[in-house]
Write a protein that binds this ligand. Sequence first.
Ligand SMILES: [Zn+2]
Length: 265
Amino acid sequence: MPELPDVETFKRYLDATSLHQRINDVDVQSAGLLKGVSGREFARRLKRRRFESSCRYGKHLFVRVDGDVWLRLHFGMTGFLRYFKGEEKALPHTRVLFVFEKDHRLAFDDQRKFGEIGLIKDVDEFLKKRSLGPDALDVDFSGFKEMLGRHRGAVKSILMNQKLIAGIGNIYADEILFHAHIHPATETARLNDKTLRQLFRAMRHVLQKAIEYRADVDRMPKSWFLPHREKGGKCPRCGRELKSSRIGGRTAWFCTYCQARRTLA
Ligand SMILES: [Zn+2]
């Protein structure tokens, strides 16, 4: 499921390929992904326009279109973008296709169709309506500490709650907690100031580095957690077998030795 580093990677990809070109055609192949707009209306409002710039907030990507409208994209479980020329690389699960001048194309591909595509007037208004927390790369330590101090529960559930902090999902929460040496089920009330700082630093480090690795697990160092995060996987730090359990309705993976449950210090 695309999280902050994946969506930032999509943003950079879109910026590098798809800005400032006239949109000659919009082909909506799965209108079910469109939110609050019909396929016909969507195409009508984007045709002959250009994508001018983009911004990311949490797991959301917003693309400014000339003519005072924003395209919003959420990648659901399996969404991604692909830019190509002509028919050369038709993708099997293209849901919406933007055809630019010179027959260059941008496809929103989404096998499982949990993605969302819409047109909005104002990004801030949209974010407010969704009541999203601050972006995980934008929050400072005092805001982070204050947020964790106000909310009880397993630290992993809190990190994944988009209304408290936006951008982190199941996968990167596991990586962050591994770097911070914190068990995912640890109650937030048990995190002292030193541990909170460790967690905050790990969050920024993991998210920033993952963007550098273009959110590609094959580019991540073997000392990271994600390359080993599967049944039978071994902890890259101590070599013990990784364990999993259900936390906040999702499967958490961790090392019981390196991420021992903490007591109040
Ligand atoms: Zn370990």
